[in-house]
Ligand binder design. Structure first.
Ligand SMILES: C[S@@+](CC[C@H](N)C(=O)[O-])C[C@H]1O[C@@H](n2cnc3c(N)ncnc32)[C@H](O)[C@@H]1O
Length: 389
């Protein structure tokens, strides 16, 4: 791997750990620039009114200076710092440490797994930084998240944690979109937990954004629109109908949370077709690909896994989402898949986040799609059919 690749890998790890919330600390050292008194830099993730930032503390001999950067700004800073004035850096996350060292023209990247750091630091930070700290809102009570006393109900803690996490992940990504009044479309919105949470957060942070929740069930749409009005969210709208029939023209962000089976693909397709800057889906069941894998035409070397129902189920899930990520890449998106909450809170905890911008060639991604399908005995992924590839 070349020197720039190692820096890029470090910077991508920083972005992923920032977005999935696993970062606990970033350190830059080995400074040999013009500021004689600068000893090093440490950064942590913080939640400000403007959204999530990395708070950089520049440690000088006699004073500290703090600068809060968006993740994109932080990535540019680290990228140029590691090829210039800083010889070492370290990302500490809940799961691993990643150490970068540069000596002359030799670059080294070392990853060390860690355990036991998560529970203490991350949950402490998260509780403090939750974007939806209060349970007393009209919409929280109406959606059954909070009781009459305004406290989050014990039975709703998991749901509350999930939507907090979603807001933590999406709000900064949405705020970094190019338009200053983004149009966000949530496909398969259900009761609209996430949409109310986003509307609430945007109102509190004075972020201009229009949110549309598309939902098949008319009663949920009616209830959602009434509650949006009662909550004073004039920028939140629920729209009846199917994902594929919705006119997503002009959508900057397309989200789908646990939209059933191929409804997730409908949402991805609509995002790609609209040219959305950001597409983020947390898939639900994965029946379409699993049925084809069950037909038994996979590479026989995979028999030792696929003959066990439980492994087949898990493989089908990974293969379905892995192919979704590749098809997004083929369509001009940089894609990441990560767990947005621990599986103790929901087993459907993977999030595919795709940001517009080419990561590799379309041909290479499509070639990989073909190889994966052949390996697992899949004739066609439903999303391929929608994309006409
Ligand atoms: C499991 S619920 C998730 C709801 C919500 N996103 C959440 O996470 O709380 C899936 C929702 O998607 C809706 N849905 C499924 N397929 C759809 C489609 N093709 N078009 C529109 N809505 C759909 C269902 O009616 C249901 O309300």
């Amino acid at each position: 791997m070349s020197a720039p690749d190692r820096i890029e890998e470090f910077v991508l790890a920083l972005q992923t750990a920032f977005i999935d919330g696993s970062i606990t600390r970033l350190k830059l050292g080995g400074y040999h620039g013009p500021e004689a008194e600068l000893k090093g830099i440490e950064a942590r993730k913080v939640l400000l009114n403007a959204g999530e930032r990395l708070s950089f503390v520049y440690r000088y001999k006699t004073r500290d200076i703090t600068k809060n950067l968006t993740v994109d700004e932080a990535m540019s800073f680290v990228r140029s710092g590691l090829s210039g004035e800083y010889r070492s850096a370290r990302i500490e996350t809940t799961d691993y440490d990643l150490q970068f060292e540069r000596q002359g023209d030799k670059y080294r990247l070392k990853k060390t797994e860690v355990t036991g750091r998560d529970a203490v630091e991350a949950s402490h930070d998260r509780a403090k930084n939750r974007p939806l700290a209060s349970g007393g809102k009209v919409w929280m009570k109406a959606l059954g998240l909070a009781g009459a006393d305004g406290k989050i109900l014990a039975a709703s803690q998991d749901k509350f944690r999930q939507i907090n996490k979603m807001v933590e992940i999406f709000a900064p990504l949405i705020q970094e979109l190019s338009p200053d009044h983004p149009r966000i479309v949530d496909m398969g919105a259900g009761k609209g937990y996430l949409d109310f949470a986003l509307a609430d957060h945007f109102k509190r942070t004075a972020t201009r954004a229009e949110i549309y929740g598309v939902e098949l069930r008319p009663q949920l749409v009616e209830d959602g629109n009434r509650l949006a009005q009662e909550s004073g969210f004039s920028n939140l709208h629920f729209v009846p109908g199917s994902i594929l029939d919705y006119d997503a023209t002009g959508a900057d962000t397309v989200i789908a949370l646990h939209a059933c089976d191929t409804a997730t693909d409908d949402a991805i397709y609509q995002g790609i077709r609209a040219g959305a800057e950001l597409i983020a889906v947390a898939p639900c069941c994965h029946k379409q690909v699993r049925r084809q894998m069950e037909e038994g035409t996979a590479d026989t070397r995979l028999d030792f896994l696929l003959r066990h129902g439980t492994f087949l189920e898990k493989q089908a899930e990974m293969v379905t989402d892995g192919l979704r990520a590749l098809l997004l890449e083929a369509s001009g998106y940089r894609t990441k898949v990560f767990e947005f909450v621990s599986d103790a809170h929901t087993p459907k905890n993977n999030l595919i986040v795709a940001q517009k911008g080419r990561a590799g060639s379309r041909e290479a991604a499509m070639r990989r799609v073909g190889e994966v399908k052949a390996m697992f005995g899949i004739e066609k992924h439903y999303l391929e059919g929608l994309l006409g590839v």
